[in-house]
Design a protein around this ligand. Sequence first.
Ligand SMILES: *Cc1c(COP(=O)(O)O)cnc(C)c1O
Length: 378
Amino acid sequence: MKKFYLLTPGPTPVPQDVLNEMANPIIHHRTPNFKAIFKETNELLKYVFQTTNPIITFASSGTGAMEASVVNTLSKGDKAIVIIGGKFGERFMEICKAYGVEVIEVKVNNGDAVDSLVIKDLLKKNSDVKAVFATLCETSTATLTDIKSIGEVIRDTKAILIVDAISGLGADVLKTDEWGVDMVVSGSQKGLMMPPGLAFLSVSKKAIELVEKSTLPKYYFNLKKALKTLEKDDTPWTPAVSLVIGLRKSLQMIKEEGIENVYARHAKMSEATREACKAMGLTLLSSSPSNAVTAAWSPQGISGKEIVKFCRDKHEVFIAAGQGELEEKIFRVAHLGYMKKFDIIIAISAVEIALKTLGYKFQFGKGLAKAEEILSTC
Ligand SMILES: *Cc1c(COP(=O)(O)O)cnc(C)c1O
C-alpha cells in the first residue's frame, strides 16, 4: 500500500476541498460567471498580500512573475541592486543579466540575511539605481530577509523594491503597503496551498511610473496589457481557469483562518522543527530562519541527499535536499501551506529514523520529544 507525505518547500500539499473545486467541468473565461470568480479571487489575493495595489495573475510558474517584474520596469543598461543569498537571489540576477540590466550584486553568505545599511549605502553611491531585488524567504537556505528595514531605506529614493515572496507569502509576515514594497512576486504552489501553475505580481503606483518607461522586450508578460484588462476583471490571454477557481477556495480558507493566525501557525511549526533538529544534535544553516522551511546541516559522513532519498524510498516522506553547492550538505523540511502540527511530527520522525539507519549517533526520539513539547501548546 502506498501513502505519501509531501513536506517539500514547493510543491506543497493541496487541501481536498481545493482539489474538488478544480475537478468541476471547465467554464469559459469570457463570461460573467468567471469574471465574478476572478474578481473575488483578486480581492482575496490583496488580503493575503496585504495591499490595495492591483495584483496580476499569470499562467506560469513563479519564475514567470520574476521575469515579468524585470522586463516591465527596466530598460537595457539600467542599474539594479540584487541581493543574493542563495539560488533564488541568483535567479533574479540571471534574469536581469539576460536582458542587459547592469547588476550590482550584494552577496550574503548562505544562511545570513542582508544588512539594510549595505543597501542604504549602495543607493547613496548609485543614485541611478532603478530597482532593488530581494527575496522574502530565500528557500534554498531557509533564510528570512528583513524586508521592512529594506523598505525603509528605499522608500525615499527613486528606486523601487521588488520582493520575491514565492515561498514566503502566507508563512512569513509581509506587509506590502505598510513596508513600501512596490512589487511582490509570488506563485501558487507554496504557501497558497495550490498546485503549480499560477504566478502573481503586485504593482504599486511608484512601480507603474517605471512600467510606463520600460523598453525591455516583452509580449506574454506585458504588464500594461494585464493591468488594463484587470480593470474589467479580465485577462489578456486565456487564464488558467481551473487553477483560478481552486485558488479562490484556498484563499477563502486562508481568510477564514485569518492571516495573523496563518503566520502564527507557521511560526510554531518552524520553531518546533528547528528545536527538534537542535535536540538531535544537528546544526541549523540559517541565522535568520524563515517560517516556511528549515535547513539543517547533515551530520559528518552522511550526505543530505542520502537522508532525503532514505525518507522518500523507505517511507514515502518527501523532504528536500540542498540546491547547488549545498546539494549534499543540507536537508530541508518545509512547514508551508496546508500543514499542521502532526506534519512536523511525521517529518521529524522520518528524519530521526533515516539518521539512525544511516549511522548517526544520537539519542533516538530526542527530536520528536522536543517537537511534541513545543507543539502540544498549540
Ligand atoms: C520556488 C521558488 C521560486 C521558483 O518558483 P517556480 O514556481 O519554480 O518558478 C522562486 N523563488 C523562490 C524564493 C522560491 O521558493
